[in-house]
Ligand binder design. Structure first.
Ligand code: FES
Ligand code: FES
Length: 152
């Protein structure tokens, strides 16, 4: 077992992990943060997207030991003091989810985009979503929700 010291959603964890444990399985199985979803497990669908030191990454493509000393934010960490973020509120208003399986990953990827680009265009939003698979919505409502927050 290998020690991992990591901050997740502003809380510090000191855990012991198997060297081969995926970050997605660490978050879900060891820390109980099941908001991060696992779909393809090989970097295609984006359902497992989390922020690693502020940058959106696929947690199924990283090992837990690789995040030693890092700061992770999962979808559970977006809410502060019980309040949904403007992005989450916009998803609710625009009905930007149906089954919701893709939603945590898309929220994290969109959060990353909005942190880098204060006013992304609809084209930039669509481009970002090319890395996030949704089987239900047809994407229009998702683009509308993110565009509203971006003022696009
Ligand atoms: S589960 Fe990680 S990209 Fe699909
Ligand atoms: S809402 Fe079902 S996969 Fe996106």
């Amino acid at each position: 077992m290998i020690p991992v010291d990591v901050t997740v959603n502003r809380r510090r964890y000191r855990e012991e992990v198997e060297a081969r444990l995926l970050l997605s399985d660490f978050l879900r199985g060891q820390l109980g943060l099941t908001g991060t979803h696992v779909g393809c497990e090989h970097g295609v669908c984006g359902a497992c997207t989390v922020l690693l030191d502020g940058v959106a990454v696929r947690s199924c493509l990283l090992l837990a030991v690789q995040v030693d000393g890092a700061e992770i934010v999962t979808v559970e960490g977006l809410v502060r003091s019980g309040q949904l973020t403007p992005l989450q509120e916009a998803f609710r208003r625009h009905h930007a989810l149906q089954c919701g399986f893709c939603t945590p990953g898309i929220l994290m990827a969109a959060d990353d985009l909005l942190s880098r680009e204060t006013a992304p265009t609809r084209e930039e939003i669509v481009d970002m979503l090319s890395g996030q698979l949704c089987r239900c919505t047809g994407y229009t409502s998702i683009v509308d929700a993110i565009a509203e927050v971006a003022g696009a």
